[in-house]
Design a protein around this ligand. Structure first.
Ligand SMILES: Cc1ncc(COP(=O)(O)O)c(C=O)c1O
Length: 407
């Protein structure tokens, strides 16, 4: 249930910036970061834990300045991301956990002092040859059938050892990625596999990066977050079981869990059409799936709030309906399922799509030519614009007035 204060923020933002508009709540971001930090401090005692939030999860520099303010670093995966963060003076605490990179990108990141988790044996050799002074960090694919698109496979480790020995180098760290929306059980399993491998093969390394992928439950209305307390208790126990060096540091790269409930999408309802018996309605909004193409891996099972024209929440949800987007595409539904809507839903009301802070605005599709929505940040009692609404011609921003002949 939304309170008066939040209602006023929805009203102020929608009236000032129009809809669709993304709203982010600074307090929630701070709470999500401190939940992780507190659980880590409690269970890992003095062992160092680096938290690096992947930039592409949300991609708004203002939200990442909050991330930095709270001591977390940022995980990147391309040179564009470095430039975007650098443009906002946020390139000071970065790591790169990319796929196999084109050589010029790898070179650029290493020259900028970004530690790169190398994804292939070729990259390891290339770094040794071109940046012999730099430490070697690798990304490992420890999936059951070595099926991940990227990462060094366990059966390549013997070859890796030979290369390291020949060049008189030691491995400095390993990184894994479990896969987004991984269950607690899957995360425990992968943690076990990587720590067993590290204690057996590389007990002297300084860093283990356990990546992201921590489950967030979109279908629940409370307790949606990953169980960080249980996670760090599990990690501490396994560190003991494998007798890992007290100097070994750990890192994580949570994206979804940190940003999901920080963001909401506010839409206007401009039309409601009922079926013949008045039992099901088509609600037409100014939104579209292009504003949130696959935030929860295509199913988009988000909770919704319905607000009347005075931004008061309607608690009645006794009717079924479809939430339509505003493009001609026949499959343009905000959520691809029948939803429960208030009996009095009508034009001039609003709908809020919750939990869209991760993989939401950042995934905006240019397909269908809708300009990007504005983004606003609520801090204490203020609303700030942190991304202006796109221009009508954004889609053709790089199309020259006349074709350019290449000489
Ligand atoms: C290397 C890496 N780290 C972290 C993440 C973040 O994952 P999540 O948002 O599921 O926590 C991703 C997501 O794809 C990733 O590829």
């Amino acid at each position: 249930m939304t309170n008066m204060k939040n209602s006023n923020f929805y009203k102020k933002t929608a009236q000032a910036l129009g809809t669709p508009v993304f709203i982010y709540w600074e307090k929630r971001l701070e709470t999500n970061i401190s939940r992780i930090k507190q659980a880590a401090e409690h269970h890992l005692a003095n062992r160092e834990l680096g938290i690096y939030i992947p930039y592409f999860t949300n991609s708004n520099p203002y939200l990442f300045s909050i991330v930095r303010k709270h001591g977390c670093g940022i995980a990147i995966q391309s040179t564009e991301e470095w430039h975007q963060l650098n443009a906002h003076n946020l390139a000071d605490k970065l790591i790169a956990s990319p796929t196999v990179l084109p050589q010029e990108e790898l070179k650029f990141l290493l020259e900028k002092g970004v530690r790169v988790n190398l994804s292939s044996i070729d990259e390891v050799e290339w770094q040794i040859n071109n940046f012999p002074e730099k430490n070697i960090f690798i990304r490992l694919d420890i999936s059951v059938d070595s099926s991940q698109r990227t990462g060094i496979k366990p059966w390549e480790i013997t070859g890796l050892r030979k290369i390291l020995k020949k060049n008189n180098k030691a491995l400095a760290g390993v990184h894994i990625y479990v896969g987004t929306l991984s269950t607690f059980e899957k995360i425990v399993k992968y943690t076990d596999i990587v720590l067993a491998l590290v204690s057996r093969e590389f007990p002297e390394i300084e860093m283990v990066n356990l990546g992201g992928g921590f489950y967030y439950n979109y279908e629940k209305t409370f307790n949606q977050h990953f169980d960080w307390d249980a996670y760090f208790a599990m990690l501490a126990k396994k560190i003991g079981t494998y007798n890992l060096s007290p100097n070994m540091k750990f890192e994580i790269e949570p994206g979804r869990d940190v940003f999901a409930d920080v963001g909401e999408l506010v839409l206007s309802i401009h039309h409601v059409v009922w079926n013949e018996r008045g039992t099901i309605c088509q609600i037409f909004t100014d939104g579209s799936y292009v504003y949130m193409p696959s935030a929860t891996v295509r199913e988009r099972k988000h909770q919704l709030l319905f607000l009347d024209s005075q931004f008061k929440e309607s608690s009645d949800r006794s009717i079924s309906g479809w939430l339509n987007g505003s493009t001609t595409l026949s499959s343009d539904f905000l959520l691809p399922v029948i939803i429960e809507v208030p009996l009095d839903v009508k034009s001039g009301h609003f709908v809020i799509v919750k939990d869209i802070g991760a993989y939401g605005a950042t995934q905006h599709l240019e397909f269908l030519n809708r300009r990007p929505a504005a983004e606003a940040l609520i801090t204490d009692n203020k609303v700030q614009i942190i991304n202006e609404r796109g221009a009508m011609t954004d889609k053709i921003r790089s199309v020259p007035q006349k074709p350019i002949f290449i000489k």
